[in-house]
Design a binder for this molecule. Sequence first.
Ligand SMILES: Cc1cc2nc3c(=O)[nH]c(=O)nc-3n(C[C@H](O)[C@H](O)[C@H](O)COP(=O)(O)O)c2cc1C
Length: 205
Amino acid sequence: MNTTQAPISAVDAAHARRSIRNYSPQPVSEETISALLTAAGKAPSAWNIQPWKVHVIRNQELKNKLQQAAYSQSQVGSSQVLLVITSDMQSSLANLGSRFAYLGQEKAASQADSVRSVFAKMNTDAQENWARSQANIFLGYLLLVASSLGLGTSPMLGFDAERVKEILGLAQNVQIPALVAVGWPAEEGFVSSRIEFSELAQHWN
Ligand SMILES: Cc1cc2nc3c(=O)[nH]c(=O)nc-3n(C[C@H](O)[C@H](O)[C@H](O)COP(=O)(O)O)c2cc1C
């Protein structure tokens, strides 16, 4: 791996993480991206459906086009790697068998039937929103693992999803929960605060 540090713990990574929008020219290896995505891919999802996918973009021309679609946010074009996280419930429903294969053939078929019957009661928007909410769990894992590996990331919702879909040739139903610019940090990021613990947690002892 190309990291300058051994991975730090999840707790330390959560405390250390900040959005990073300026990157060092040092390349981020395929090995590092694989380590990042493999660990992030361990994120849990309801019924283990994992309705997410990641487009890993290194092509500079493509990054420049996507930067335009992201209201010219410079970290899109200057990232070493741009990750476009998508979710797609239609495709997940079509591939339920593979998601449940670990259960064995009989249980997998019955699990797929019961999941299909739940989603049959939802309209397309509700299905895609559900998939998007699951993909956000993946996004959280991704940001945390990146921090653990010492990578800088900038998660973004500031983009025109229709233009991004057009540039990448994605189907209309596909959702884009986030773009994530990735690189070795060349800045410390901004200091920001979080809500107080007393506001975050309500105890019912
Ligand atoms: C889903 C999501 C979307 C975001 N979109 C943008 C964005 O489009 N542009 C940007 O500069 N920062 C964006 N941010 C960064 C947030 O502003 C930032 O996470 C927040 O202010 C806390 O700062 P920190 O990430 O440094 O801890 C986004 C963050 C998240 C999690």
